[in-house]
Ligand binder design. Structure first.
Ligand code: ZN
Ligand code: ZN
Length: 266
C-alpha cells in the first residue's frame, strides 16, 4: 500500500514546510516574492533563438547571431522562459546539482507560462535524454521532470524516451558555438523506428532545463525531424551565458556540500 504521491507531499509539507531555495522563506520551494522578482528576455524576441532584439517596424527581426548562421537549423524556434540570474540561478543550481527535484514544479510552471505567451499549441512534448555520463553521476533527468510537469499542466501528451544518445560526447563547457554544434552533431537518434509514426505530422516542443547556444536542442531536433513532424520548437527554463555554464559546473562540488540556506545567503 502506498498513498498517492500528492497526499504524501501535502503531509510532508505540513510537517516540514518547504523553504524557498533562494531566500529561505518558509512555505514554498521558490516563494512568490522571489518569483515576482524574476526577469525574462524583453520583447521583441528573435523568432529563431528567443534573444531580445532591437524593436523594429515589422516585429519579426532576426538577431545578429542567427543572421550570421549561429543557430540550430533543425529548430523552427527557440525560447527560454526567464533570465538565468537571481533566484532562478540559485534554483537551477539546487535543481541540477543538489537533488531538489520538486523544483520541477515551479520551474515547469515557468515553461507553461512561456508556452502560453508563445501561443504554440503543441501536439506533443519531448525531452533531451539524460546523457549516459550524467546518469551515472546523478541518476535523474531534470528535463524529464520539467516536461512531465509542463505536459500535465497543459494537458499535452508527453513522449518520454523518444530520443537516445548515439554516442558519448565531451562536455560543452568552454566551447564556442561552432564547436558546440560540432560536438553534438548526430549525437541523437530516435529511440525506436516505430516512433516515426507517432512524431510524423506533429508540432513538437522539445524541452531542456537550460540552453546556451541551443546546439544540444538543435542536434536533438535534427533527430526528431527525420520522422517528419510539422515543426520542432525548443524550450528551456533559462539561458546561462557560456561563462555561467562553466561556473555552474565549477561550483558543482561546492554546491553539493552547501546547504540551501547558506547558498541563499551567498
Ligand atoms: Zn524566496
Ligand atoms: Zn536569434
Amino acid at each position: 500500500m502506498s498513498m498517492p504521491r500528492d497526499l504524501a507531499h501535502l503531509l510532508l509539507d505540513a510537517l516540514f514546510p518547504p523553504r524557498c531555495v533562494a531566500c529561505g522563506a518558509s512555505g514554498a520551494l521558490l516563494c512568490a516574492s522571489c518569483l515576482a522578482g524574476v526577469s525574462a528576455p524583453t520583447p521583441p524576441l528573435c523568432p529563431l533563438c528567443g534573444r531580445s532584439v532591437a524593436p523594429s517596424g515589422n516585429g519579426d527581426t532576426i538577431c545578429a547571431l542567427c543572421a550570421a548562421g549561429h543557430r540550430p537549423t533543425a529548430l523552427a524556434g527557440l525560447r527560454v522562459a526567464v533570465d538565468h540570474d537571481g533566484a532562478i540561478r540559485t534554483a537551477m543550481l539546487a535543481f541540477k546539482y543538489r537533488g531538489r527535484k520538486r523544483l520541477a514544479e515551479p520551474l515547469g510552471d515557468l515553461l507553461v507560462a512561456e508556452l502560453r505567451r508563445w501561443e504554440l499549441a503543441p501536439d506533443l512534448i519531448v525531452t533531451i535524454p539524460l546523457h549516459v555520463r550524467r546518469r551515472r553521476e546523478r541518476g535523474y533527468n531534470q528535463a524529464d521532470l520539467l516536461a512531465r510537469r509542463a505536459a500535465t499542466r497543459l494537458g499535452v501528451p508527453y513522449l518520454r524516451d523518444a530520443l537516445i544518445w548515439r554516442r558519448e560526447t565531451p562536455p560543452q563547457v568552454g566551447l564556442s558555438a561552432a564547436e558546440r554544434r560540432a560536438n553534438v552533431r548526430d549525437a541523437f537518434a530516435l529511440a525506436h523506428p516505430r516512433l516515426t509514426a507517432v512524431l510524423a505530422g506533429k508540432r513538437i516542443v522539445l524541452i531542456d532545463d537550460v540552453t546556451t547556444t541551443g546546439s544540444t536542442l538543435g542536434a536533438a531536433a535534427a533527430a526528431l525531424v527525420t520522422a517528419g513532424p510539422v515543426a520542432v520548437y525548443g524550450l528551456a527554463v533559462a539561458r546561462p551565458s557560456p561563462h555561467d555554464d562553466y561556473a555552474l559546473r565549477a561550483v558543482r562540488g561546492a554546491a553539493a556540500r552547501t546547504s540551501a540556506g547558506r547558498a541563499a545567503r551567498a
